[in-house]
Design a protein around this ligand. Structure first.
Ligand SMILES: *Cc1c(COP(=O)(O)O)cnc(C)c1O
Length: 369
């Protein structure tokens, strides 16, 4: 059996480190907004190459609180894509704003920047580009359009810890960058966690206040906030994980290149590689094929777990039917949801396992020749 993800392997490989870090937090007896979070925020901002990182409870909250800190609210329109994790949209809706969907580039599966300007109205206040699967959206173009129309930019970098665009990490380009440390992410906690990155001190301070009931100091609330804190236990684990992130990303890269090598002459489309602008990281390894459902079932029969990110464009989810989009509005988005298949990829996966997955895919096509 080759599982799609396996956190038990990670624990087994690093049990000593993990237990040492957690014991430190228990021994100190300080669990919320303490020195572990402060240290992690400092380390993460240095890693990303930005002045501020603010820990919050999740990637969803990172996007929600960043938008809120930037003044986005009810009635505003926020431009984004429909081939993303639902939380990108939940976060926009939590501010009261309306998501406006733009179709994607067929090759990179990220926002088609040519389509942004025609969708801008008087109500448009922000753009939320998504760096899908670890591949950066075209940030120069997004920033140029945002500047021209005075829009805020909040990067959804929840799948792209460490990815570069024009030599700088994602999360530094927009007014704010948003990260998730959900366990499956390249930097994954043992629970929920997230962070907002920004070079703007007042945005950082606003998120700090919003995440802690809107307090600016103890029992002093000048704005309405929420409870969205990154706890000390997760912060301690994340500090340690951050020292591993580059080597884990390198390991993912090696396995992804093996996939590309073994699948070169198999009739599936391979994922977008790094190009001039973007040095991607591998969050997911996503192939495309018109026989996706058949292939997925075949691999399952052969003990290989796969997944689909994501099986429906957001506008086909019942919860978002009120947005009134159809596949005619977003043809590339719709087509991608029908052909994409995520193969297993994690640092603890072995080269032999990648070979096994590829052999199975090859036999699927040979069998049906
Ligand atoms: C994971 C993810 C999120 C949400 O992160 P959570 O920590 O689960 O709230 C948002 N956007 C994208 C693209 C994601 O992959």
């Amino acid at each position: 059996m080759i599982p799609f993800v396996d956190f038990k392997r990670k624990y087994k490989a690093y049990q000593k480190d993990i237990m040492r870090v957690i014991a430190r937090v228990f021994q100190r007896g300080w669990f919320i907004l303490g020195p572990e979070l402060e240290k992690f925020e400092k380390d993460f901002s240095e890693y990303i190459g930005i002045s501020h990182a603010v820990g919050v409870n999740s990637g969803t909250d990172a996007i929600f609180l960043a938008l809120k800190a930037l003044g986005i609210g009810a009635g505003d329109e926020v431009i984004t894509v429909a081939n993303t994790a639902v939380p990108t949209i939940s976060a926009i809706r939590m501010t009261g704003a309306i998501p406006v969907f733009i179709d994607i580039d067929e090759k990179t599966l990220t926002i088609d920047v040519k389509k942004i300007e025609p969708s801008i109205t008087k109500k448009t206040k922000a753009i939320v580009p998504v760096h899908l699967y670890g591949f950066a959206a075209d940030m120069s173009a997004v920033m140029r359009i945002a500047k021209k129309h005075k829009l805020k930019v909040v990067e959804d970098a929840c799948q792209a810890h460490g990815a570069l665009y024009k030599g700088k990490k994602v999360g530094v380009w927009g007014d704010a960058g948003c990260f998730s440390f959900y366990p499956t992410k390249n930097l994954g906690a043992f629970g929920d966690a997230g962070a907002v990155t920004t070079n703007n001190k007042s945005v950082a301070n606003a998120v700090r206040s919003l995440r802690n009931y809107g307090e600016i100091s103890k029992f002093n609330n000048e704005i309405e906030g929420v409870n969205s804190r990154l706890d000390e236990m997760q912060a301690a684990v994340l500090q340690w994980e951050l020292t591993k992130l580059d080597s884990w990303n390198t390991q993912r890269e090696k396995l992804a290149q093996l996939y590309c090598k073994y699948l070169k002459d198999v009739p599936v489309s391979l994922p977008a590689q790094s190009n001039f602008a973007c040095e991607r990281v591998w969050h997911l390894f996503v192939v495309q094929t018109s026989r996706r459902d058949e292939l997925k079932a075949f691999l399952k029969e052969h003990g290989i777990e796969t997944a689909i990110h994501y099986p429906k464009p957001i506008f086909e989810q019942t919860a978002y039917a009120f947005l009134k989009y159809t596949e005619k509005d977003l043809p590339h988005t719709k087509k991608a949801t029908e052909t994409i298949l995520s193969l297993p990829l994690y640092p603890e996966m072995t080269k032999q396992e990648v070979k096994k997955v590829c052999d199975a895919i090859r036999s699927f096509y040979e069998r049906s020749k």
